[in-house]
Design a protein around this ligand. Structure first.
Ligand code: UDP
Ligand code: MG
Length: 312
């Protein structure tokens, strides 16, 4: 016997959840035909939804006691929802899936086989196409992965989803990372363990709409950089060093020039340019340092990652 926990973060997903549940029933049949002794458990996380998401979940629970849920006191974000789900899940294996069926349930059996029969600790999925997504969003997403891989020690896989099945060991490792600034893709990668990658073509969401705006994603990428790389701080040091050397050379040049040719008053505009330029770089560098300091400040408060209003 083995228990598989399915974690589903939901924010305003009243329309999508019934479709999701129906699809999962088919997946369970698929499992019954292929494996023996697999039991399912569902952990829905209502991330402070403003629609009837929690009622829809409760209704499902009336008929199916394998369904559990945590309802947040407000919107804490998908990362917090995933954490809540992982801590509530009791399964020997745990899988995180979106409610909108963009994480195809048909892949689940192969993922399960990878962790139970092929010796992997985890099986993860990545989209190889971004069909149906705005072009500009795809472009920035690609660029983000390229930059992240360059400035961070851990691996970021382009198109990787949060859709991933994990062994109990890996789940517990993730739960040990109690940081507030949670970039789940980075955390998955940071804890290590062997991972099998399964590829699929992008699927559009079944109902409802995406919670991501362009600026939301931009902010998310800054979270990732601040959480998993200190490269911007090294950049500040390098820049500071270069500018200092440059200034030093400039001083020597000007002193010598003044000694040789006297000091007619000129170059006022260029001086202003230099002053403004350095004021700008200083602000930028202080800002970068401040961003890290801000994160540190928030982490030291040690606030809980989420607050539950209701839980069953
Ligand atoms: N989600 C969440 N909290 C949020 C935003 C999203 O729990 O604040 C959930 C959402 O309900 C869905 C999953 O995270 O199940 C992915 O969200 P979405 O489909 O909007 O993202 P996309 O697939 O467009 O990247
Ligand atoms: Mg989606």
């Amino acid at each position: 016997m083995s228990l598989l926990s399915v974690i589903v973060p939901c924010y305003n997903e009243e329309a999508a959840i019934p479709f999701f549940y129906e699809e999962m029933k088919k997946t369970e049949e698929q499992f019954a035909a292929r494996f023996s002794g697999v039991e399912f458990e569902y952990v829905f996380i209502d991330d402070g939804s403003k629609d009837a998401t929690v009622e829809v979940i409760k209704k499902l629970r009336e008929e199916d006691k394998r369904i559990h849920f945590v309802s947040f006191s407000r919107n804490f974000g998908k990362e917090a929802a995933l954490y809540a789900g992982l801590s509530k899940a009791a399964g020997d294996y745990v899988v995180c899936m979106d409610a909108d069926l963009q994480d195809p349930p048909q892949l689940l059996a192969d993922m399960y086989a990878a962790v139970t029969q092929e010796g992997y600790d985890s099986a993860a999925t990545r989209r190889v196409t971004r069909k149906g997504e705005p072009k500009i969003r795809s472009f920035f997403a690609r660029m983000f992965y390229r930059i992240m891989n360059r400035i961070s020690d851990i691996e970021f896989v382009d198109g990787a989803r949060d859709y991933r099945i994990m062994s109990r060991k890996m789940t517990d490792a993730i739960l040990e990372l109690g940081e507030n600034n949670r970039f789940t893709k980075g955390i998955y990668s940071w804890v290590g363990f062997s991972t099998k990658w399964i590829e699929f073509e992008n699927v559009e969401r079944v109902a409802g709409e995406t919670k991501w705006s362009f600026f939301g994603l931009l902010r998310y990428s800054f979270e990732a950089i601040l959480g998993f790389s200190t490269a911007p701080l090294s950049f500040v040091i390098t820049l500071g060093f270069i500018v200092t050397v440059f200034a030093f050379v400039l001083i020597i040049f000007i002193v010598i020039k003044t000694l040789l040719y006297g000091d007619p008053t000129s170059g006022w505009p260029s001086m202003i340019c230099i002053v403004v330029f350095f004021a700008g770089t200083q602000l930028l560098c202080t800002g970068i340092v401040g961003a890290y300091l801000g994160k540190t400040y928030l982490e030291t408060k040690n606030r809980p990652i989420f607050i539950a209003r209701e839980e069953e």
